[in-house]
Design a protein around this ligand. Structure first.
Ligand code: ADP
Ligand code: MG
Length: 510
């Protein structure tokens, strides 16, 4: 093979080699013979749609799950990895999305929490602080090791997690969506750290849905689809479009749909908000939403976006102002009233507010429809099952069976359950708060398409998003929210690009 340029820094034998890994859950194959290897001094991106098997593959490497078949070599030697302990001993560390830190303890105490006591005996406070400082110094990170973790920002939690792995001499680091909870400047710092660890010869597995990040940080990429490896390539040899196509299994077009036309200016006004005020976060919001229109809401964190959604859906009380539906004043005192009026909200924190994780897909889908399915004291179960089946098909929700608990679905499929279930109620106004956070590019495109189809049937849609590209792809018009008030309103056609939207949101004159 010819040299591929400076992109590929990794050389030598793989540190980790997973061969022909197989795993089934309840008889359903999730990994169908996957090969995956990471070299020393390499950042290897692992990508794939929701449910492709990324987390399962990594949990096998971390000793959380045992494989049904296949072989794992670390530094050329076959290992068993029957437990987390085995994996740690083999030098494999993980930085989870959910941090494993104790917030009331100091940074140093967390770094050495449950450390190998047998080898060191009880290490003294002074010794652990000294070692913690050493580890952070090797990471090039300035941090007060005596600070209480709970009082630091999430960026420092993550650094503490990484330090924890390094303190245990991890040579292999697995990171699952590590930038999901970071601010932009923190992402840069994390990447500098990863570069540094790579130069020190670490092997890093980087799971992410974000292509720019993958191209910024990784040397090679492996794409999984439906539990099988599609390809492993150097990033110098594969375009982002090829990667995305690999993930979704077809050409993905996240751009604006040329077919879609904004509703005519004389389309009937569906929902009108007049000077809404609530608490200190909603300070005078007025807008009109027309039939068949998709209205984007852009604003920085704390601009009142989510609070506005909560008022429109009756979760929070309005202090003053008026809402009109088709010209008639309505009072939305609680979510039930909102639902009766034909307003649906798909909340930002779906796992908390949207779903009952331990109940079946079926039950979750039918929750808002129970009134409709009730005949006297009885529920029409057969009709319920038909309805659920129909929603599962229409929204392409990937389930083993409708009785499967929602907890078992991948994040993207959980999100589709939330959307499907509210669309089952046939709302007139649909509010989506951050609809595509944490879902893969394929599901993202599907959700955008579903939203458009819905608007085409006359439904009015409000999309709140912090992703400017998504707002531009989906909206007919964008409201700019700042300090809890609408400060500007822009037709989609009048917004040149993401950057002009960003400037508008930040209140900078272009
Ligand atoms: P990814 O991380 O690529 O989104 P996962 O590895 O989490 O994918 O999931 C792959 C498939 O395995 C999904 O269909 C998921 O529902 C299933 N799965 C994962 N963990 C379990 C489990 N503990 N029990 C049953 N099914 C599971
Ligand atoms: Mg996963």
């Amino acid at each position: 093979m010819t040299s591929t340029g400076s992109q590929v820094r990794a050389t030598g034998t793989p540190t980790v080699a997973m061969r022909d890994i197989r795993k089934s859950f309840d008889g359903v194959p999730v990994l169908r013979g996957v090969d995956f290897e990471v070299r020393a001094g390499e950042v290897h991106a692992l990508v794939g749609g929701n449910g492709a098997g990324k987390s399962t593959l990594m949990k096998i490497l971390l000793g959380v799950y045992t494989r049904d078949a296949g072989e794992i070599l670390i530094g050329g030697e076959a290992v068993r990895l029957a437990s987390r302990k085995d994996a740690k001993a083999a030098g494999i560390g993980m930085v989870f999305q959910e941090f494993s830190l104790v917030p009331t303890l100091s940074v140093a105490q967390n770094v050495f929490l449950n450390a190998e006591v047998s080898r060191w005996g009880l290490i003294s406070d002074r010794e652990s602080r000294r070692r913690a400082r050493e580890v952070f110094a090797s990471m090039g990170v300035e941090i007060d090791v005596d600070a209480v973790v709970g009082e630091l920002s999430t960026a420092y939690w993550q650094l503490t997690e990484i330090a924890k792995a390094l303190a245990r001499n991890a040579r292999i680091l697995v990171m699952d969506e590590p930038t999901a909870s970071l601010a932009r400047h923190e992402v840069g710092a994390l990447f500098d750290l990863l570069d540094r660890l790579r130069d020190q010869g670490m092997s890093i597995v980087y799971i992410s849905h974000r292509m720019e990040e993958v191209y910024r940080i990784a040397d090679r990429i492996t794409v999984l689809r439906d539990g099988a490896r599609l390809f492993t390539r150097s990033l110098a040899q594969v375009t982002p479009a090829q990667v995305v196509e690999g993930i979704v299994g077809r050409r993905a077009d996240g751009g604006a749909d040329p077919q879609r036309r904004a509703p005519a200016g004389d389309a009937a006004v569906l929902l009108e908000a007049v000077d809404l005020r609530a608490g200190d976060r909603v300070n005078g919001v007025s807008f009109q939403l027309r039939e068949g229109e998709i209205l984007g809401v852009a604003g920085l964190m704390g601009s009142g976006r989510t609070e506005l959604a909560r008022c429109l859906f009756g979760i929070d009380r309005l202090d003053s102002g008026q809402l009109r539906l088709r010209g008639r004043p309505v009072r939305i005192g609680n979510p039930r009233a909102a639902q009766r009026a034909g307003i649906a909200l798909i909340p930002e924190d779906r796992r908390e507010q949207g779903l009952i994780l331990d109940q079946s897909v079926n039950d979750n889908l039918l929750l808002p429809l129970l009134g409709q399915l009730r005949h006297g004291p009885l529920l029409d179960l057969a009709a319920g099952r038909r309805l659920a089946r129909d929603l599962i098909d229409r929204f392409g929700i990937r389930v083993a069976a409708p009785d499967q608990p929602v907890r078992r679905l991948s994040g993207g499929n959980q999100q589709k359950v939330v959307i499907a279930r509210w669309l089952g109620t046939q709302p007139k106004v649909l509010i989506l708060d951050e609809p595509t956070v944490g879902v893969d590019v394929g599901t993202k495109a599907e959700i955008i398409a579903i939203t458009r189809r819905l608007a085409d049937t006359g439904c009015g849609v409000i999309v709140i998003s912090s992703e400017f590209a998504e707002l531009l792809a989906v909206s007919d018009r964008v409201l700019i929210l700042r300090g809890g008030a609408v400060v500007d309103e822009m037709a989609r056609a009048a917004i040149a690009d993401e950057e002009s939207l960003q400037l508008a949101v930040q209140g900078v004159e272009a």
